[in-house]
Design a protein around this ligand. Structure first.
Ligand code: 3PG
Length: 306
């Protein structure tokens, strides 16, 4: 089988070497398309491939139409909002993710972003400490739990909410359950966002929620830019000069936010939460193993378009 590693944002060399070893060891061929400049390059590369390993690469209906031999796509990572699941299902293509494999890298970045903003973006201005503050975790999945553990170890109080978890599971995970989302926002000095981008969550964090945050609070988004209502965020930062926003997913209105709010906002130019060597290796090798396993035994564990 021909397996395409399509990574617009490339993996570390160690991850690519590990993927190659697994793929070739299972008797398949690996071709790599890295740092490609245009989506058309991806469309052209899929014509004769049987499987794909991707990151945030966009597997659209156009890609799926062009990939006549494609049987399986594994998103080496957690979020699969970049894959047109309905089109994949219509084409009979199995889609999987690799949950948990890059979570630690993202959780470390969320903590780093809290400290970066608390210390006024590492400028000499007097900042604050995160010890003794409360962090509210919005969605207590693989990343959210790790953020909670690390925050607790740093002396923070941890609250959380998750629409898919009962309160006792949140307690088991080491956090205090918030009464509801409004309560989480109203009672936490930091909110760390870990929700996926879905029709229900897109644009769901806006003016009303953000302005519920207490004096001097910071919103930390290492999830997806789409979950923020950017106009609402701008309005909230305007109305509340004490609030801050930090994100690993540059908002469309970032230039305006920077101009208006200076050091109260920060965005990474390209999503880098999962961009550690360890996360690359964990997620990349898991993806390769899942593809080899699918071709060998038909295993569909981690399939997301069932
Ligand atoms: C994920 O959903 O796993 C993260 O957002 C990482 O995305 P990336 O592989 O594009 O860095």
């Amino acid at each position: 089988m021909k397996i395409l590693l399509a990574t617009q944002k490339p993996f570390a060399a160690a991850a690519v070497a590990g993927i190659r070893e697994i793929v070739e060891g299972a008797g398949h061929e690996l071709v790599a398309l890295e740092k490609y400049p245009e989506q058309a390059d991806l469309v052209a590369a899929v014509a004769d491939v049987d499987a794909m390993i991707i990151r945030s690469d966009k597997v659209t209906a156009e890609v799926l139409d062009a990939a006549k031999q494609l049987k399986i796509v594994v998103r080496a990572g957690a979020g699969y909002d970049n894959v047109d699941l309905a089109a994949a299902t219509a084409h009979g293509v199995v889609v999987m993710n690799t949950p948990g494999q890059n979570s630690n890298a993202v959780a470390e970045l969320a903590i780093a972003m809290m400290i970066f903003m608390a210390r006024t973006q590492f400028t000499p201005a007097t900042g604050t400490e995160i010890q003794g503050k409360t962090v509210g975790i919005q969605a207590f999945g693989n990343v959210g739990r790790l953020v909670g553990q690390k925050a607790a170890a740093l002396g923070m109080k941890v609250k959380a909410i998750d629409p898919f978890l009962p309160a006792e599971k949140i307690v088991e995970g080491g956090a205090e359950p918030a009464k509801d989302l409004e309560d989480l926002y109203a009672t936490c000095d930091y909110i760390s966002v870990h929700i996926p981008a879905t029709p229900e969550t897109i644009g769901s964090i806006g003016y009303d929620l953000i302005t519920k945050m207490p004096q001097g609070a910071t919103l930390v988004n290492t999830a997806r830019k789409e979950v923020i209502d950017e106009a609402g965020l701008e309005k909230a930062l305007e109305a509340r000069p004490d609030l801050k926003y930090v994100t690993d997913v540059m908002p469309d209105n970032y230039a305006v936010l920077q101009e208006k709010f200076g050091l109260r906002v920060f965005a990474t130019p390209k999503k880098m939460g999962a961009q550690s060597k360890e996360a690359n290796v964990n997620a990349g090798l898991a993806a390769a193993r899942q593809i080899a396993g699918y071709f060998e035994t038909g295993c569909t564990r981690f399939q997301v378009n069932k």
